[in-house]
Design a protein around this ligand. Structure first.
Ligand SMILES: Nc1ncnc2c1ncn2[C@@H]1O[C@H](COP(=O)(O)OP(=O)(O)OP(=O)(O)O)[C@@H](O)[C@H]1O
Ligand SMILES: [Mg+2]
Length: 229
C-alpha cells in the first residue's frame, strides 16, 4: 500500500498525519517506509527526534526524496515494505506529481474553512491529471483541526462542499484540533504513544479511524507472515 498525504495547502496537517500513520503501522508490526518528499524535511526531523529520544519506539525507515526520484525510488523500494507513506508537502510540485503517479491513495487534510476549500478544487484537478498515468489512484479528503466543541455549522457546511467534488471521496474520519497532536509531534511520537499525562483517548480514536479508513486492510507484516502467524 502506498499512501500519499498531500494537497496544495500549507499547514493543513499533512506531516502530522503522515508521521502518525507511519508510527501506527510500525507499531502493528508492519515494515514501513516513510518518504519525506517535502523540502521542509519535517517528517525527516520528526523521525530523527523519534530515534534519538525514544529508542524503544517501533521503528520505520525514513528517506528524503525529491522530484522525479519520488517515483523511481518508491517503485524500486516499495516491494521491500508492507507500506509506504509519503509526505508530499503542500504545493503542486514535481515531487507531489511523482508521488501521485505511484500511490494507491492520496489523503488530503482540509481545515473546515473556506480558504482551504478553495484549494481543494485545484487538488481535484491534480488528481484528475495523475489518473491519466495512474488510473487506480483513490483520493480521499478529510477534515483536520475541527473544533472539538463541535459548535456552529462550519464542519457540516464544509463537508457538504467537499462531497460536491467529483473524483474525490469524503472520508468521514475527522481529527479535532487537539493539543495531543502537536505535543506528540514535538516528542517524535504518535498520539498512541504519548505518556499517560498527555494521552488523549479522543485523539487516539480519531487517528485510528483515519488509519483504518485509509488503509482499509489489516496490516499484516512480512515478518509475521514469514513466521506463519
Ligand atoms: N489535529 C490537530 N490538532 C492540533 N494541532 C494540529 C493538528 N493537526 C496539525 N496540527 C498542528 O498544525 C501545525 C501544522 O501541521 P503540519 O505541520 O502537520 O501541517 P503540514 O500540512 O505538514 O504543513 P506544511 O504545509 O508546512 O508542510 C503543526 O504545528 C501541527 O502540530
Ligand atoms: Mg509538512
Amino acid at each position: 500500500m502506498i499512501v500519499t498525504v498531500g494537497g496544495i495547502k500549507g499547514g493543513s496537517g499533512k506531516t502530522t498525519v503522515a508521521t502518525n500513520l507511519a508510527c501506527i503501522a510500525a507499531g502493528q508490526g508492519a515494515d514501513v517506509l516513510l518518504v519525506d518528499a517535502d523540502n521542509q524535511e519535517t517528517a525527516f526531523d520528526f523521525t530523527n527526534a523519534r530515534k534519538s529520544d525514544n529508542p524503544g519506539a517501533p521503528s520505520y525507515t525514513c528517506v528524503k526524496l525529491t522530484g522525479a526520484s519520488v517515483r523511481t525510488e518508491v517503485l524500486a523500494m516499495a516491494k521491500k515494505y508492507d507500506h509506504v507513506v509519503i509526505d508530499a508537502g503542500g504545493r503542486d510540485t514535481t515531487s507531489q506529481r511523482a508521488a501521485l503517479s505511484v500511490s494507491n491513495i492520496l489523503l488530503i487534510p482540509c481545515k473546515p474553512r473556506s480558504f482551504d476549500l478553495w484549494a481543494i478544487e485545484n487538488v481535484a484537478q491534480l488528481v484528475d491529471e495523475a489518473r491519466t498515468i495512474n488510473p487506480g489512484l483513490k483520493a480521499s479528503v478529510f477534515l483536520n483541526q475541527t473544533d472539538p466543541a463541535g459548535q456552529g455549522s462550519e464542519n457540516q457546511d464544509t463537508i457538504e462542499e467537499l462531497k460536491k467534488f467529483t473524483g474525490l471521496t469524503y472520508l468521514d474520519a475527522p481529527l479535532g484540533s487537539r493539543k495531543a497532536f502537536a505535543h506528540a509531534a514535538s516528542l517524535g511520537l504518535s498520539v498512541l504513544e504519548l505518556p499517560r499525562q498527555h494521552y488523549n483517548p479522543k485523539a487516539v480514536a480519531e487517528i485510528m479511524a483515519l488509519f483504518q479508513g485509509s488503509f482499509k486492510v489489516t496490516v499484516t507484516s512480512r515478518k509475521r507472515q514469514a513466521a506463519g502467524a
